[in-house]
Design a protein around this ligand. Structure first.
Ligand code: ATP
Length: 517
C-alpha cells in the first residue's frame, strides 16, 4: 500500500522537474499559494480549457462565451453579497500557531462520523452477504443509530451557527466535539473570527477621493462578469431562455489555509457557466447540469475517482448545491460546484444599479428576472486531478530482456501537452535531416517535438514522463521506403506506417473531439 503523502510529494516534484508547475517567485523563496505554469503545464492547462470550452460552448447552440474584465465596479461586490458575506470563519491554534477554517474542522469531524457509519455497513455487508439489507441495517443497528444521532445533532448546530453567523457557537462546537489541531493534536484554540476573502486594491488617483471611494476588488469569482452582462449578451445574440453564458478567467481569494499545492491557490482560474432559466424550472435544470457535468469528468477520469457531495450549508445565494468531488491523494475534495443561484444575483444587481435585469418572455407575454443554475469548475483543480490520475510508475521490458521501472504520465491523448515526438534513431545526418523534414510538416497541425539528444531509450522515457502519447522514430529503413514507426506510450507497441499517413493518424487520435463524442 502506497503512502499517499509520498504519492503527493512525488506528484509535486514531478510537476516541477518536468516543467509543469513551478512555485511563484521561487528565487525569492516563493509566494504562498501562488504558482506558475511551465512549458508543459501551460499546454496541458490550455487543453483542459479547450475541452471545457468546446463541451460547453461549441456543443450547445444555446450557450455563448464572454471574457469580462477582472476589475469591476465596486458596487457589484456589494450587490453580490461578497463585501458582507464572502467570509470564512478562522480559528488559530495557540500551540502550533497554525490557522484553520472553523467550518472545515467541523465538516471534517462530520466526515469522520460518516466514515465510521460506512465501515459498520461494509462490515455487516460482508458478514450477511446477499441477505444484507442496508436500509434495515441503518435503521436498526445500535451503533449506526448512535453515530447518526450524533452526526445529525452536530450538523444541525453547525448549519444554524453558519446561518446565524454565530462565531461563539462555532467555537463551542469545536470544544464540545473535542476537535484537535490536525497537525499538533492540541485543543488550545483561539476564538473564531470572520475573515473576508477578497483582495482589495486602489483604482487610479481621484483628487479628493478617500481610500474607501477608490477601493476596487480583484474578482473572487468570474460569475459576476456574466451577470452584469446578461442583457448585453441576450440582446446581441437574440438568445431565448433557457440559455447560458460561459467564461474562463482568473479569480482571486485570500484563502486562510492554502497548503495543498495548486488545490487551493490565492490566484486561480475558473471555468464557469451561468444558465438562465424561467422561474420554477431551476430544479429541473439543476438536475440536468449535475448529470451533464459528471459526464464531462467521466470522459477524463475513472468513475471510481468521482462522487457527488451535497452541501450541508448553502452559500448566501443558493437554494441547492452539489459538488463533484475527485479523489486526490489527500482524499475526496471538491473539483466543481453546481449551484442553483435563484434570482439572487440578477435581482440584487437590478436593485443596486437601478437598471432592469429582466427578460421578456415571448411565450408568456411577460417580463421577469430569470433564475440561474451555475456550473463552476476550477481549471487548476482539474489540472491537479488529471496529473493525479495520470502519474504512474510501472515495470516495462528493457532491452536486455529484463524489466525496468518507468515513470509515465498516462494523460488522455487529447489533453497531452505534446502529441508526438519525432526522433531519429541515432543522430546521423541522413536520419536527422529526414526527421526534421517530418517534424516541419507535423508541427503545423499538432503540438510536436523534435529530439536527437541521448540514446533512443532515454528519449522515449523523457516523452513518457511528460505524457507524449506517440513517438515517431526515423530509422535506416525510412531512407529507402519512406516508412517510420509510431510507438504507443501505453502499449509500447511500434507500428510501421508510411510517412504520408502519420499526420492523419496523430491528429485523429489526439484531437479534443475524442473527448466530445
Ligand atoms: P472550497 O470549498 O474548496 O473553498 P468553494 O466551494 O469556495 O471551494 P466555489 O466558490 O464553488 O469553490 O468555486 C468553484 C470552483 O473554483 C471550485 O470547485 C474549485 O475548483 C475552484 N476554486 C475555488 N477556490 C479555489 C482556490 N482557492 N484555488 C483553486 N481553485 C479554486
Amino acid at each position: 500500500m502506497k503512502n499517499l503523502g509520498d504519492v503527493f510529494k512525488k506528484l509535486i516534484s514531478h510537476c516541477k522537474e518536468y516543467g509543469f508547475i513551478y512555485p511563484s517567485s521561487e528565487v525569492y523563496d516563493g509566494l504562498s499559494a501562488v504558482y506558475d505554469y511551465g512549458p508543459y503545464g501551460v499546454e496541458l492547462k490550455n487543453n483542459i480549457k479547450t475541452y471545457w470550452w468546446k463541451a460547453m460552448v461549441q456543443m450547445h447552440e444555446n450557450i455563448v462565451g464572454i471574457d469580462s474584465a477582472i476589475f469591476m465596479h465596486p458596487k457589484i461586490w456589494k450587490a453580490s453579497g461578497h463585501v458582507d458575506a464572502f467570509n470564512d470563519p478562522l480559528i488559530d491554534n495557540r500551540d502550533s500557531k497554525k490557522r484553520y477554517r472553523a467550518d472545515v474542522l467541523i465538516e471534517e469531524y462530520l466526515g469522520k462520523i460518516d466514515d465510521k457509519i460506512d465501515k459498520e455497513i461494509e462490515k455487516a455487508a460482508k458478514r450477511f452477504g446477499s441477505a444484507f439489507d442496508e436500509g434495515v441495517f441503518r435503521s436498526t443497528n445500535e451503533r449506526v443509530l448512535k453515530y447518526a444521532e450524533e452526526r445529525g445533532r452536530i450538523a444541525q448546530r453547525y448549519v444554524k451557527a453558519m446561518e446565524d453567523n454565530d462565531l461563539a457557537e462555532l467555537k463551542q462546537i469545536i470544544v464540545d466535539c473535542e476537535i484537535v489541531d490536525p497537525e499538533g493534536g492540541s485543543r488550545n484554540w483561539t476564538d473564531v473570527r470572520q475573515f473576508n476573502l477578497m483582495f482589495a486594491t486602489h483604482f487610479g488617483a481621484l483628487a479628493g477621493a478617500t481610500e474607501e471611494d477608490n477601493r476596487v476588488y480583484l474578482r473572487p469569482e468570474t460569475a459576476q462578469g456574466i451577470f452584469v452582462n446578461f442583457l448585453n449578451v441576450q440582446r446581441t445574440t437574440r438568445q431565448k431562455l433557457p440559455f447560458g453564458i460561459a467564461q474562463i478567467g482568473k479569480a482571486f481569494r485570500n484563502e486562510i489555509v492554502a497548503r495543498q499545492f495548486i488545490f487551493r491557490m490565492r490566484e486561480f482560474e475558473q471555468m464557469e457557466m451561468q444558465f438562465f432559466v424561467p422561474p420554477g424550472s431551476e430544479m429541473e435544470w439543476y438536475n440536468y447540469w449535475r448529470e451533464e457535468r459528471l459526464k464531462w469528468h467521466k470522459a477524463i477520469f475513472n468513475s471510481s475517482q468521482l462522487r457527488f457531495h451535497v452541501h450541508e450549508k448553502l452559500a448566501h445565494y443558493a437554494n441547492a448545491a452539489v459538488d463533484i468531488e475527485f479523489e486526490f491523494p489527500f482524499g475526496f475534495k471538491e473539483i466543481e460546484g453546481i449551484h442553483s443561484r435563484t434570482n439572487f444575483d440578477l435581482g440584487n444587481h437590478q436593485e443596486f444599479s437601478g437598471k432592469k435585469m429582466q427578460y421578456f418572455d415571448p411565450d408568456l407575454g411577460e417580463s421577469y428576472v430569470p433564475f440561474v443554475v451555475e456550473t463552476s469548475v476550477g481549471a487548476d483543480r482539474t489540472f491537479l486531478a488529471v496529473m493525479t490520475s495520470a502519474l504512474q510508475e510501472e515495470e516495462v521490458p528493457d532491452a536486455e530482456g529484463g524489466t525496468a521501472l518507468r515513470t509515465v504520465l498516462k494523460l488522455h491523448p487529447a489533453l497531452a501537452p505534446v502529441k508526438v515526438a519525432v526522433l531519429p534513431l541515432v543522430a546521423k545526418d541522413a536520419l536527422t535531416d529526414k526527421a526534421r523534414q517530418i517534424f516541419s510538416e507535423l508541427k503545423m497541425s499538432v503540438q510536436c517535438q523534435y529530439d536527437e539528444k541521448d540514446s533512443i531509450g532515454r528519449r522515449y522515457r523523457r516523452q513518457d514522463a511528460i505524457g507524449t502519447p506517440y513517438c515517431v522514430t526515423v530509422d535506416f529503413d525510412t531512407l529507402t521506403d519512406d516508412t517510420v514507426t509510431i510507438r504507443n506510450r501505453d502499449t509500447l507497441q511500434q507500428e510501421r506506417v508510411p510517412i504520408s499517413a502519420v499526420e492523419a493518424i496523430i491528429t485523429k487520435a489526439t484531437g479534443i473531439n475524442q473527448l466530445l463524442r
